[in-house]
Design a protein around this ligand. Sequence first.
Ligand SMILES: Cc1ncc(COP(=O)(O)O)c(C=O)c1O
Length: 509
Amino acid sequence: MRTRIAASRCLDVRDGRLFVEDVAAVDLVERFGSPLFVLSEAQLRSNYRRYRDALAAGWPDGPVDVLPAFKANLSLAARRILSDEGAGADIYSPGELAGVLTTGVDPERVSVNGGGKTREHLAKCVEAGVRITVEDLDEVDVIEEVAAAAGTRARIRLRVKPPLPTLWKPTDFARLLIPIDLGFQVYKSGIPREYLVALGRRALALPHVELVGLHLHAGRHAASLWYWRGLMRHYADLIADLCAAWDGWRPSELDVGGGMATPRDPHSRMLERGEFLASLVGFPALTALRALGAAAYHGALARMIGALLHEHAPRPMAPSIEEYAATITATLRERLHARGVPTADIRLQAEPGRGLYGDCGLHLARVKVVKRQTEPVPLAWVLTDTTEFFLASGAMEANRYDVVVADAVDAPATMTAEIVGHSCGPDRLAPSARVPELRPGQVLAFLDTGAYQEASASNFNALPRPATALVSGATAEIVKTAERIDDVFARDVVPTRLAVPAPRSARSA
Ligand SMILES: Cc1ncc(COP(=O)(O)O)c(C=O)c1O
């Protein structure tokens, strides 16, 4: 566990206690309450700089921009830090546009993504001077109209969707064995290849639109460098084909999107294809044993439960930021050169979300109850005061986080337990985890929750969403306040005709 913790520069173990920069995790909960999202400023700045420097090292041809995906973490304080560093932004919605513009970001380095952009949103994008990454076929004409009305020229890029036939391994987004190529095609985003040539020609003919580049975001189908090599080859081939089809047009910027894993990479660790396959054998075996009577069945179940619900072994660490950057830049350059597309003066952009924010964040929760059963099968649960509705990627992307006991990092594991939340959902936050004996009140740290978790937290069971604390050296400050129960119901409107009647005694008085 120590070596995995050491992979983050913001984490440290001192006298067996987990520290975020110079603040003990347990102290954070004592000061700000539990559960709590925590962000490290040093890790955020360091991750950003590493992406910027590593991409620049591999791309001597032109400038490099890192556009962190704002959706991954909507903390304006975190975003202020990135804007202060000179980072651009990948954004999606009118809300993200409004938010990011308050943080001092350079609009030239903002890419507005997303299908179904409204005319009003596009007009605001044009007015703000951000890059518009086109998704829909008729979007170009609306941009032309709003740019003409504003007396300006809008810079656009086309978001492409190449076929990825060589990416023939199962995507990590699905439990079933779906090839990455198919997984990517099913994903709604990107302009299908069949429309690109005509759409580009149309854009190049419009007076108030400047087609400055291309954009590809395929996402984290695999953490490996093999995936990035294949993806960049297919991207380069499509770029070369489009340059030829558009009479020698050359991109002045190329965006490779996001999808790089954070080092401990919780993504899809709960898919457990092995467990699924084991159950294909295990289920008929249990069915046969059940026919032999309850004692035989439960005896077998107790022996098999360990195999069926085994500890999800930690994965090897994902490639480093430097390895991703070197692979992306080298593959793209080599393939573009091989296809006769010069790369001189092309601006390279990348949009890491999880890869940039993931290990900047952790989620702290207190143990509420430890419960055991011995019959009919031995099981134990560690019930915490958080929920999968605050760590939603557990359900959405089968994330499995490394869990650390914040005040006893080195305590030897003595039991296997389901670490669960306190909502009425299944809340299996860390199934079959090997943990030490735990007491109510102890603090557990779920690592690598800096991307997507707070941003997608909901109020299921009327649970108020937790605060976020930003740690910077020995300082910790609240940068998102905790909701109160009143906040959970703040948007509700009870029509007067449904008003709660006054108590009978008050009515008769
Ligand atoms: C256009 C775009 N860029 C970047 C990202 C960030 O992806 P990730 O968090 O996998 O790096 C996303 C995420 O969905 C996206 O849609």
